[in-house]
Design a protein around this ligand. Structure first.
Ligand code: ZN
Ligand code: ZN
Length: 180
């Protein structure tokens, strides 16, 4: 009988960046996305009026990832899209992708930021990640945050999305990513 080797097994250096999954309320749709490396661009809270409506709650929580790194694990045929003007940032259009069965918003892609997919933090399956890799780094449109809700500790605070209204702050994040 072969004796099992006690030699340490080599780590698989070729493995891609760590990923996590997100899924909708009914479970029909599940996505995979990176939680490290350059494909994870930013994690943010957004208090803009659109995020309030879209979440049917008080703010949105987004995970910005390069679109090429986001995979649909199952539910491709259940996805439904809604294209609307992107009032919050670029002035272009934004494609909102939901589970067609239960309505959970899974991600958004703005024409102003091609190649970037914004997943919704509330759909992340492993909620512990929201305190570690997926802890918010930026909080936007704080001018719409109710005055009884405190700022997210450690997150860069933006009164709007920018210091002005031209999207420069968010653009600089994305341009630096694209130019890497
Ligand atoms: Zn669903
Ligand atoms: Zn927003």
């Amino acid at each position: 009988m072969a004796v099992p080797s006690l030699e340490p097994q080599p780590l698989n250096d070729a493995s891609p960046a760590s990923t996590a999954t997100s899924s909708c309320f009914c479970g029909a749709v599940q996505l995979s996305f990176p939680i490290e490396g350059p494909d994870l661009i930013d994690v943010f809270l957004c208090h803009c009026p659109d995020c309030k409506k879209l979440s049917a709650s008080l703010f949105g929580a987004g995970i910005m990832a390069s679109s090429s790194s986001v995979r649909i694990l199952h539910g491709q045929n259940d996805l439904a899209t809604l294209v609307k003007p992107d009032r919050a940032s670029s002035g272009g259009s934004v494609t909102n992708t939901r589970c067609g069965a239960c309505g959970t918003l899974m991600h958004r892609v703005s024409s102003g930021f091609p190649g970037i997919t914004v997943l919704r933090a509330g759909t992340v399956d492993d909620v512990r990640l929201l305190e570690t890799e997926l802890r918010p780094r930026m909080e936007m449109f704080t001018k719409y945050r109710p005055n009884w809700l405190r700022a997210c500790e450690g997150a860069r605070q933006l009164y709007e999305q920018t210091d002005g209204s031209d999207g420069s702050e968010i653009r600089s994040v994305i341009v630096s990513h694209i130019n890497e």
